[in-house]
Design a protein around this ligand. Structure first.
Ligand SMILES: *Cc1c(COP(=O)(O)O)cnc(C)c1O
Length: 387
């Protein structure tokens, strides 16, 4: 079983939906499915903005977002809280944009006060856009998007506010319009339970208007063709990713059947709490610990565990080879750490299995543990089941 922070587990129903012969791509059922997905996508990001799809991964969505909205004569401000906003900024640099990185903590969220201070200095409005991630998949932090918006507003700054929600869209609350986000990017393979291959971008009117001034547009991902559609295939810049569309349709239906996003978020909250309870119980001074000390700033989709002196190579080797559990490698830091993904198609038996198996492996390795994580996680779920 994979317990990495993406790609997440693909439900059998989603896999089965993909298995079909190729249809007519110009009319008929495929076009109906495609239209139904475009109709449903705004609600997934909680926006009235326009959704775009790009055949590709999250990086493709990054590219679509920046190349359709940015101008090379102005600056892009990248708010770091780990690695992923940094990588997005690197892509913007490679694409010819002038990027300024605001370094952040490796163990906590972006500080809105720092954002306010930087934007307040920018009286000439050289900064055209602010880029941040909702969840940083390297550190496991969840940024307070509403608070960052408030900081931008307090500085009375007109920059576009662009959020990468790739890791946790469909896992934790995200309200694009209510939180004042101008553009959101996501991808199919994490909270959305669909195999990799669909990048998603949502743009509000302000982001769409920025397209007119974007001077480094890239043909394949350009919104021009995709906004002025005569033929259905223009939504995709060519042949649609047919099996993935059927997969995404099924995944969106599953979210609706569960009771909608609120129900899915609530499930993730319980499961994330179980993971945190286990990690806290395992913790010892100088040993294992949650990388994000403050629970209020933890992602509901993925947890990064600082490993202390534990032999990570052995942990990964033994879990995968001896138990069939694949944990996520630590990334973006010299500090030894591993990651547990808890996004998408998961329930208590799966999470408790992941935690018990991790604990069994740690015990087999003779790792110092503060206590039984699995007892703590079970207790956490028991409390949730009372409600
Ligand atoms: C996974 C992830 C990405 C990259 O997505 P790919 O599909 O691998 O290109 C970008 N940002 C965040 C926050 C992610 O979690």
């Amino acid at each position: 079983m994979v317990a990495i922070p993406g790609p997440s587990i693909t439900p059998d129903r989603v896999l089965a939906a993909m298995h079909r012969p190729m249809p007519n791509i110009y009319q008929g059922p495929l076009v109906d499915v495609s239209n139904s997905i475009f109709a449903d996508l705004p609600a997934i990001a909680r926006t009235e903005g326009k959704p775009f799809m790009v055949i590709g991964n999250g990086h493709a969505a990054w590219q679509m977002a920046i190349s359709n909205t940015l101008n090379t004569d102005k600056k892009v401000l990248v708010l770091e809280s780990g690695r992923f906003a940094f990588f997005w900024g690197e892509m913007a640099s490679m694409s010819g944009f002038d990027v300024e990185h605001v370094p952040g903590s490796d163990r906590g969220p972006v500080d809105p006060a720092v954002v306010h201070e930087r934007l307040a200095q920018d009286t000439e409005h050289e900064i055209q856009a602010v880029l941040v991630v909702l969840t940083d998949t390297a550190t496991g932090v969840r940024n307070d998007i509403k608070a960052i918006r408030a900081a931008i507003d307090a500085a009375d700054h007109p920059a576009l506010f662009m959020v990468d929600a790739i890791a946790s869209l469909g896992c934790e609350p995200y309200e694009m319009d209510a939180w004042g986000v101008d553009l959101t990017v996501a991808a199919s393979q994490k909270g959305l339970m669909t195999p990799p291959g669909i990048g998603l971008v949502w743009a509000n009117d302000k982001a769409l208007a920025a397209h007119d001034n974007a001077n480094a547009r890239v043909g394949y991902v350009d919104w021009e063709e995709r906004m002025n559609v005569d033929e259905h295939y223009q939504y995709y810049g060519g042949t649609p990713p047919i099996p993935l569309l059927y997969a995404l349709r099924e995944a969106l239906d599953m979210i609706a059947e569960e009771g909608g996003l609120e129900a899915v978020w609530a499930r993730h909250e319980v499961l994330a709490g179980a993971v945190w309870a286990a990690v806290d119980a395992w913790s010892t001074p100088g040993g294992l610990e949650n990388n994000i000390p403050d629970p209020a700033h933890r992602s509901l989709a993925t947890t990064t565990v600082n490993a202390g002196s534990i032999d990570l190579e052995q942990l990964h080797l033994r879990t995968e080879r001896d138990t069939g559990l694949t944990l996520g490698f630590g990334i973006g830091s010299d500090n030894p750490r591993f990651r547990i993904g808890h996004m998408g198609h998961l329930n208590p038996p799966m999470i408790l299995g992941t935690l018990a198996t991790t604990e069994a492996t740690l015990l087999a390795m003779g790792a110092p543990l503060g206590g039984s994580g699995i007892a703590a996680a079970t207790n956490h779920i028991a409390q949730a089941l009372k409600h």
